[in-house]
Design a protein around this ligand. Structure first.
Ligand SMILES: Nc1ncnc2c1ncn2[C@@H]1O[C@H](COP(=O)(O)OP(=O)(O)OP(=O)(O)O)[C@@H](O)[C@H]1O
Length: 137
């Protein structure tokens, strides 16, 4: 057994240093990206929106709105993953109406944040693209 997998290395107490806290937090973020397909989709769409923002030349204020929208979606997805894992920890493979309620509400928060992101995208990008579209026709 690799030493890092030895049972005596399975920590349940508090972190001993800032770096240990940071490492666990980083591992948590990696877990969300590896395990959640939706998070990978958000990352790709967010990166495309950032590239598009650079292409159309957003102002500082506009960058802030775009970053806020992207971060809100990702934060909600992280919370959704926490809710899913907590429910699975408690219910295991069994159906429970409260688990359904919690998971559906957490997923609803992601949709809510995504709707905000779409709104921000429309407000930022439509005025930039409209002159280009009109020039073509
Ligand atoms: N233990 C359970 N009890 C009741 N309903 C459940 C349970 N587990 C899952 N569900 C229902 O199934 C749906 C999908 O489950 P889950 O959220 O685990 O899958 P997912 O594909 O990871 O979801 P998402 O697309 O939000 O990431 C939940 O929104 C909920 O309605």
């Amino acid at each position: 057994m690799a030493s890092k997998n030895r049972p005596d290395r399975l920590q349940v107490g508090k972190n001993h240093s800032f770096w240990q806290s940071w490492l666990h937090a980083w591992n948590g973020l990696k877990t969300v990206v590896i395990e959640e397909r939706n998070m990978r989709t958000h990352l790709v769409v967010g990166a495309l929106a950032l590239a598009f923002g650079w292409w159309v030349g957003l102002s500082a204020d506009q960058w802030l709105w775009l970053c806020l929208a992207i971060f809100m979606v990702m934060l909600c997805e992280i919370n959704n993953t926490i809710a899913e894992n907590l429910c699975d920890l408690v219910t295991g493979p069994h159906y429970h109406p409260l688990a359904k309620k919690i998971k559906d509400i957490a997923a609803g928060a992601v949709v809510f944040a995504a709707a905000f992101a779409v709104l921000v995208g429309l407000i930022l990008f439509v005025p930039k693209l409209w002159p280009l579209v009109r020039a073509w026709f």
